[in-house]
Design a binder for this molecule. Structure first.
Ligand SMILES: Nc1ncnc2c1ncn2[C@@H]1O[C@H](COP(=O)(O)OP(=O)(O)O)[C@@H](O)[C@H]1O
Ligand SMILES: [Mg+2]
Length: 231
């Protein structure tokens, strides 16, 4: 068998998560971009993007976070971080969430001393740090992890999200499966600020056919694909 020199590279590329900009994903990105560029206000609007597992939520979140990567400003000596992408902790635990944020922004600290701090002082630290970063948007992926907690824990966690968004005048964006929608609505004030964007399951229609064609076109296949979509 003849091994083409670039074969491994092509296979790696096909297996990697290359972004395909199909319209329904671009629509969400456009909405998110509108939110992140919005002038600061006391009650920043946000978005709850929901849909089945595997529909492309995390890919959208990662794409936006690449577009708004931290930038070092040599004039002020400050690194601006417009967007923070976090995964909701496996259960709605405030302390864990704050520690997770501190780790995500690379705050120097020893885990031991953090653990000794009260939730209130962690909160002060997180808000101060995030404010210095010039944050404009907080994105929480896997927000359905919230459902692992009791009703009371869920409410407390949602409270934290609302508080952070208010304090920082940053837009809050949550991604999760549709089962999480009711839990988020549990916080009425938060629900009022979060618009919903549903990503429906794919159906065998023109949009799906286009997506498959785009996908195939983006793959560096050795031979032409004869995958046909009914249309
Ligand atoms: N825009 C996209 N471009 C390319 N591949 C995608 C895209 N959206 C989803 N996928 C594929 O579908 C898989 C599942 O997407 P993911 O974002 O993890 O779904 P979710 O977070 O909704 O469960 C990805 O690993 C990727 O292979
Ligand atoms: Mg995901």
């Amino acid at each position: 068998m003849r091994v083409e020199p670039e074969k491994d590279g092509r296979i790696a590329l096909i297996q990697s998560d290359i972004w395909i900009g199909f319209p329904r994903a671009e629509q969400v990105l456009d909405r998110l971009q509108g939110l992140i560029e919005m002038p600061r206000q006391t009650r920043m609007p946000g978005l709850l993007v929901h849909g089945a597992s595997g529909i492309g939520k995390t890919m959208i979140a990662r794409n936006l976070s690449r577009r708004y990567a931290p930038e070092y400003d040599p004039k002020s000596g400050i690194t601006r971080t417009p967007l923070l992408l976090l995964q909701a902790p496996p259960a709605p635990d405030e302390r864990r969430f704050y520690m997770h944020i501190l780790a995500a922004v690379g705050a120097p600290s020893s885990a031991l001393s953090l653990r000794a701090q009260s939730v209130a002082s962690l909160e002060v630290r997180v808000v101060g740090l995030l404010r210095d970063l010039g944050l404009r948007m907080i994105m929480i992926d896997e927000v359905h992890n919230l459902l692992a907690g009791t009703h009371r824990e869920q409410r407390r966690f949602l409270n934290v999200l609302r508080y952070l968004s208010n304090e920082l005048e940053a837009s809050l964006v949550c991604f999760g499966v549709s089962e999480a929608v009711d839990a988020i609505r549990g916080d009425v004030q938060l629900a009022r600020r979060l618009d919903e964007h549903h990503l429906p399951n794919w159906r065998d229609d023109a949009e799906f056919s286009d997506m498959i064609q785009t996908l195939i076109a983006a793959m560096p296949l050795a031979k032409k694909s004869n995958l046909k979509v009914n249309r």
